[in-house]
Design a protein around this ligand. Sequence first.
Ligand SMILES: *[C@@H]1O[C@H](CO)[C@@H](O)[C@H](O)[C@H]1NC(C)=O
Ligand SMILES: *[C@@H]1O[C@H](CO)[C@@H](O)[C@H](O)[C@H]1NC(C)=O
Ligand SMILES: *[C@@H]1O[C@H](CO)[C@@H](O)[C@H](O)[C@H]1NC(C)=O
Ligand SMILES: *[C@@H]1O[C@H](CO)[C@@H](O)[C@H](O)[C@H]1NC(C)=O
Ligand SMILES: *[C@@H]1O[C@H](CO)[C@@H](O)[C@H](O)[C@H]1NC(C)=O
Ligand SMILES: *[C@@H]1O[C@H](CO)[C@@H](O)[C@H](O)[C@H]1NC(C)=O
Ligand SMILES: *[C@@H]1O[C@H](CO)[C@@H](O)[C@H](O)[C@H]1NC(C)=O
Ligand SMILES: CC(=O)N[C@H]1CO[C@H](CO)[C@@H](O)[C@@H]1O
Length: 754
Amino acid sequence: MCNSRALVSLTLIFSLVVASVSAQGSGSKSPWQTLSGKSPLVIARGGFSGIFPDSSYAAYSLALITSLPDAVLWCDVQLTKDAAGICASDVKLDNSTDISDGFNKRDKEYVIDGKPTRGWFSVDFTLKELANVYIRQGVYSRTNKFDGNLFSILTVDEMAKQLKPRGLWLNIQHDAFFTQHNLSMRNYVLSLSKGVYINYISSPEVGFLKSIEARLNTKVTKLVFRFLGKDEIEPSMNQTYGSLLKDLTKIKTFASGIMVPKDYIWPMDAKSYLEPHTSIVLDAHKAGLEIYASEFVNDFPLSYNYSYDPVAEYLNFIDNGEFSVDGVLTDFPITPSAAIDCFAHIGKNAKEQEKPLVISKCGASGDYPGCTDKAYSKAIDDGADVIDCPVQMSKDGIPFCLSTINLIDSTDAAQSDFSNRIISIPQIMASTGIFAFNMTWDEIQTLKPVISSPYSSYTLFRNPRSMNDGKLMSLSDFLDLTKKSSSLTGILISIDHAAYLAEEQGLSVTDAVTKALSKAGFNNQTALKVMIQSTNSSVLTKFQGNKNYELVYKIEEEIRSLDDDSLKDIKTFAHSVVVKKASVFPDNLLFLTGSTDVVSKLQNTKIPVYVETFSNEFVSQAWDFFSDATVEINSYVTGANVDGVITDFPKTAARYKRNRCLGLKETPAYMSPVEPGSLMELITAPYMPPSEAPNPVLTLDDVSEPPLPPVSPTSSISAPNSTAAAPVSRNAQPKIAPGSYLLSLAMLLSALLF
Ligand SMILES: *[C@@H]1O[C@H](CO)[C@@H](O)[C@H](O)[C@H]1NC(C)=O
Ligand SMILES: *[C@@H]1O[C@H](CO)[C@@H](O)[C@H](O)[C@H]1NC(C)=O
Ligand SMILES: *[C@@H]1O[C@H](CO)[C@@H](O)[C@H](O)[C@H]1NC(C)=O
Ligand SMILES: *[C@@H]1O[C@H](CO)[C@@H](O)[C@H](O)[C@H]1NC(C)=O
Ligand SMILES: *[C@@H]1O[C@H](CO)[C@@H](O)[C@H](O)[C@H]1NC(C)=O
Ligand SMILES: *[C@@H]1O[C@H](CO)[C@@H](O)[C@H](O)[C@H]1NC(C)=O
Ligand SMILES: *[C@@H]1O[C@H](CO)[C@@H](O)[C@H](O)[C@H]1NC(C)=O
Ligand SMILES: CC(=O)N[C@H]1CO[C@H](CO)[C@@H](O)[C@@H]1O
């Protein structure tokens, strides 16, 4: 029943498939606060169900390839009419398979968990009938592109024998339901255990665990009592799980461990912030019980305390100084594998590798309103190497830091007393705005900064509690702040719209920056590297006089290569270059299609390459990166060899540099770069995204610019319906927000289902 094409290509996803773990200081005292002192167990729920359909051969294979070698595969066991055990996420098969297509009148209604439930149940079909039923994606927010792969339903026996996991974990629910259908889960499990090595059996039903306990060798097979929601009723005891929690010693009489939803350990308040941890892990350990935490996924909003970084969440459960859970149940086993082996127990002062240079995007703008004192201080604390100030000019000529020239983007200007200053300036942007140069610095300082929310259309917001925290900074305040830091290696000042400001507003942003830098002594020091960034060569040329400055050319369009003339020209005015992520790894519907020669061409010309923008929100990442920002960063750094990353979550990138696995002789799979294009290869023709025109090649025409115009004495702002022509976009690609396809995929899937 296995799909050999899938297997062959799966091993390609990782350019390095090495099953080696960095030993956790063998011999020395264990750093793990688990019951046994061993490292926590990674339990892959239905395999790598975060990317491939749950319980499919592909999901199980990928879990084995990407996880710690001792990771175990979890199978939710269901019984068929003829008492065969299969792995399927639910007693109802219609969500996760195409069964309703082939057997369209065979749905039934049964009482499940006290509720009448309609659907296609495993107990109504023989194994033979299920031979032509195929598994498909059951979670609408995940990609359905693998639904054409005809993944067969696996029996438990097949799963164990074909995949040969180091550990097998069976989860068993609804024992009473199977009994009503004259099927004995107990007999099934006991007979299976004679031919298959079962390492763990979990169940939320006390009666079931007790019924098999005496007949199993519990040295071989550990029994784990699984807690469901605190208010749900455990059927055999007729008590809530919440009340069963109070008597752990009783549970110890029939189980060696418990599994609890993660919020039993770290509860979350109604606003999705973490509360202090409970004592349950310590209590369980005291009672001699192992404790496993469930419900770990990378692609669902985490508590805001984790800043959308799933590695941070795992570390909070396994490396918090007070306790460690004994294992985690996850849909994305690569992430806890890396957390356990590469990131746990690395001190703040752990040695860091040189690459990548971590450059902030408006400070830690994932956590605080961008370019405020709070965002910058957080970026410094988080370990950024370079913090950035995108310079804007006020009407009275004060340079200050803000992400864009339009104040509406990152302040409450539109809701303020200055809302009547909304105007349209087609030379700058198609939509209207309240522009920095139309307000004095005093006025601007009365505005409240607002945290950015680039993924609000997915209802993913950033740290709402700090939505308006912090204050805006003038360039000179920014420079003073950076001088006080002992950890920064540099600053990056970016300049846009210089020609417009000079010609139309009588403001010279280049002069203002030069002056502020000299005033702060930056023109004559080398302690902090000064990087000047612009998308316009004419701006960089203005700073060529100072040999200490690194001039950074930002290529805003997504490109697939650069021609020789453009390379030669860039070399004349820039020391380094910033490119978009898609100029390194282009994608189609968030599947990487391959890699470009942009990085190697620039590096061959001795021009370092920095890449933007790295964000933690999973919708900003291609599927290939498994909704894990660390996998994405690692793939750009070790796969594409980029020199720096520009990120609104510098903490994640800075932690990556201290990662223990990169120094190993053999890099483990979970710290190997993904192979761009290989995931897409697994998609069958009918599901393949329509091919897109490739990105353009950068030419001399795109790069060369006339010199900056002189500063004009007059200042004229175009009226709202000015007839000035909108500038032609230099970018041949339509600008599509990253991740904007998820919703249409969901719609496609529901169209297929109904
Ligand atoms: C399963 O499908 C039903 C509709 O048939 C839907 O209401 C339910 O939300 C689905 N469950 C999951 C877990 O997707
Ligand atoms: C179970 O077996 C009993 C006795 O043989 C029979 O009466 C009943 O109909 C069976 N139930 C089902 C659901 O097959
Ligand atoms: C379960 O307990 C509740 C009260 O705690 C009782 O009303 C109910 O009858 C019990 N149900 C069963 C099946 O014993
Ligand atoms: C989570 O973040 C909130 C807001 O910053 C803070 O008050 C709370 O203490 C944090 N929770 C934990 C467990 O650190
Ligand atoms: C620059 O630094 C050098 C050596 O530190 C010093 O001699 C010189 O006076 C400085 N120039 C300015 C303009 O500060
Ligand atoms: C770059 O600056 C020049 C002036 O030096 C200006 O004419 C040109 O329009 C600018 N290019 C872009 C793309 O902004
Ligand atoms: C703007 O356009 C409208 C309609 O085209 C016109 O009536 C109005 O006079 C224009 N305003 C200005 C300031 O040009
Ligand atoms: C303070 C200021 O510069 N206000 C100007 C903003 O722009 C509008 C529209 O051009 C002008 O009318 C204001 O004088």
